[in-house]
Structure formats: structure tokens, C-alpha cells
Design a protein around this ligand. Structure first.
Ligand SMILES: [Zn+2]
Length: 198
């Protein structure tokens, strides 16, 4: 006997989350259907409006809901520093450490020949344009400690250093193969303060 159709649909939506397999999706679905009506309605309303309630910054790619992007506000941020991340979410992860007050730039992903993601997909010109606009002194690469992260770091170093920009990368405490997403704030703070030239 299979699940009723509505439940099957819910389960297949939940399976879209990374790392969520069939069993977990089923468990989540059975939680959701027993939520209070009030919570279910609030959740549904939130999902319906979440995209229009958030603005993607055209400059750094962070999400915000204020009049302007707080990460690009030159009145409060140090424009000598620019931190390159591979996902807008990483901006919030780093910001939570409180160790950094420079600008951010999210590239669309990491170089990965397997996924056919090459240098032209990095939109490097957007980054170059920002560096010249702010006369950036140091670019900090906050990229995953993976083969893809290493390849991207090397590429960016090769492109940026001839322009006289110091390029550093998060170092100590970042286990090999680790993604920024899984680091706790303490580790991330240490990695940030002990950043090394690429
Ligand atoms: Zn921004």
C-alpha cells in the first residue's frame, strides 16, 4: 500500500533538500502533517512570499530586506578588503564570527571540470570591476578546502596578483576537504585570523 497522493507529493518535495533521503523525507512529512493548523498556514504563507520579501544584492549577491545591502554599505564597511566566497550563504556564516568588516563578493561556484563549471562561469569580470572600483588592497579567499576550492583559489591568485593585489586564503583549523558551511564559528574565526598567502 502506498501513501496517499498528497503525502507522496510532500515527501517528494522534501527529498529535494540536500542530504535528505527517502526515510528522512517521510519522517519530516509525518511531522508536518501533525503541526497545528496555525503553524501550517504561517509556513505556507512564508513560502509563498519568501522570494519577493528578499532582495539579492546585484553587487555582492547577499540577500537583504532593507533599503540597501548592509554588506555593501561603504559608510560602515572597510573597502580595502574584499572576501570572496562561493555561495551567498557563506557571507552570513562569516559575518556571524564578527571578525571581518570588509566587503564580500560571492562567485557563482567553484571550478569543477566534472560539472562543466569553468573559468568563464566565475564571472571574473564582475570581481575585477569591483576591485578596481574600491582600489582593494587584499582579497581574502574564503573557499572550501576541497579540490574545487583549491583550483579556484589558484586561478584567482594567478589572475589577481599581477594587478598588485594581495591574495590570502583561510588557513589554520580548516580540515582538508571541508566546506565552509560545516565549520563552527570558533574554527572559522581562527582560520580567518591565520589566513595565508595563496
Ligand atoms: Zn551587497
Amino acid at each position: 500500500m502506498s501513501y496517499p497522493l498528497a503525502l507522496q507529493k510532500l515527501i517528494s518535495f522534501l527529498r529535494k533538500f540536500p542530504g535528505v533521503g527517502k526515510k528522512t523525507a517521510e519522517r519530516f512529512a509525518f511531522q508536518i502533517i501533525y503541526w497545528k493548523d496555525l503553524d501550517l498556514t504561517a509556513f505556507a504563507e512564508l513560502l509563498k512570499s519568501i522570494k519577493k520579501d528578499l532582495i539579492t544584492c546585484s553587487t555582492c549577491k547577499a540577500l537583504y530586506d532593507k533599503a540597501r545591502c548592509p554588506f555593501c554599505d561603504l559608510d560602515i564597511r572597510d573597502s580595502n578588503l574584499l572576501c570572496v566566497v562561493a555561495s551567498p550563504k557563506d557571507i552570513f556564516t562569516l559575518e556571524a564570527t564578527g571578525i571581518y568588516n570588509g566587503l564580500y563578493h560571492a562567485i557563482p561556484g567553484l571550478l569543477s571540470p566534472v560539472d562543466h563549471f569553468g573559468p568563464s562561469d566565475l564571472h571574473f569580470n564582475e570581481l575585477k570591476e569591483r576591485l578596481s572600483r574600491h582600489e582593494t588592497k587584499e582579497v581574502i579567499l574564503a573557499l572550501d578546502s576541497t579540490i574545487e576550492g583549491d583550483a579556484t583559489a589558484l586561478f584567482l591568485k594567478k589572475e589577481l596578483e599581477p594587478a598588485g593585489i594581495r591574495v590570502s586564503r583561510l588557513a589554520m583549523g580548516m580540515p582538508l576537504g571541508s566546506s565552509l558551511d560545516f565549520l563552527d564559528e570558533g574554527t572559522l574565526t581562527r582560520a580567518f585570523s591565520s589566513r595565508l598567502p595563496v
